[in-house]
Unconditional design. Structure first.
Length: 190
C-alpha cells in the first residue's frame, strides 16, 4: 500500500514533481522491496519526503529522488527519462544508477559508483544521502535475513557517505555515519 501521507505531500508539489511520481509509480508497479516486501514505490516516495523534511524542495531534485531507481530496477531507458523530464533530470538519475556491467565485481562497481558520485553535483549527492537514509530503515529486516550481507552493506554505505563532498547535506551525512556506527555496534557486526 502506498504511504498516503507522503503521497499527499507530493501532490501538493509542482506538476513536474507529480509527473515524476506518476512515472515512477507506473515503472515500479508490481515491484516489492526485497526484505520488507512493501510496495517498491514507497522507497522513492520516502526519499523525496526526506529531502522535503530537510528543506530541500527544488523540483528537479525531487524529480530525481522519485526517479532514482527506475534505470537500475525497471526496464526504463534513459531515453524515456529524457523524453519525459529533460536532459538535466535524466543526467542526474543516470549518475545515481550503478553500472550494470556483469564483468565488474560488486566491490569494483561500488568503487566506480562512489567515484562518480563524488564528482556529482550537490543535488545528486543529497538524493544519495536520502536514499541511504531510507535504506537503513530496513536494516533490522536485512540483518535478520542475511547477516553477512548486512555487514558488507553497512561498510559500503559508510564508504559512500565518506566519499561525498557536497556543500549541502553535511549534517545529514554525519548523522547517517553515526547511525551506521550504532547499527554496527547494536548488531555486533565488527
Amino acid at each position: 500500500m502506498i504511504n498516503f501521507e507522503m503521497h499527499s505531500s507530493i501532490t501538493s508539489m509542482p506538476k513536474a514533481v507529480q509527473e515524476a511520481f506518476a512515472f515512477a509509480d507506473k515503472k515500479h508497479e508490481g515491484q516489492v522491496r526485497l526484505y520488507s516486501h512493501e510496495q517498491y514505490i514507497n522507497h522513492p516516495l520516502r526519499v523525496a519526503q526526506q529531502l522535503i523534511d530537510w528543506q530541500y524542495t527544488n523540483p528537479v531534485t525531487l524529480q530525481v529522488a522519485l526517479l532514482h531507481d527506475v534505470l537500475e530496477d525497471t526496464p526504463c531507458t534513459i531515453s524515456e527519462i529524457v523524453r519525459n523530464f529533460g536532459h538535466e533530470v535524466a543526467a542526474k538519475v543516470r549518475l545515481l544508477t550503478e553500472s550494470p556491467d556483469p564483468l565488474l565485481k560488486r566491490e569494483d562497481r561500488k568503487l566506480l559508483h562512489n567515484h562518480i558520485l563524488r564528482s556529482a553535483d550537490d543535488d545528486v549527492q543529497l538524493v544519495k544521502v536520502a536514499d541511504i537514509s531510507d535504506n537503513l530503515l530496513d536494516f533490522s529486516v536485512l540483518h535478520e535475513a542475511d547477516r553477512k550481507f548486512a555487514k558488507m552493506y553497512l561498510e559500503e554505505k559508510k564508504v559512500t557517505l565518506l566519499s561525498l563532498n557536497g556543500r549541502y547535506g553535511f549534517s545529514e551525512r554525519h548523522e547517517l555515519l553515526k547511525t551506521i556506527q550504532t547499527l554496527t555496534e547494536e548488531f555486533n557486526l565488527r
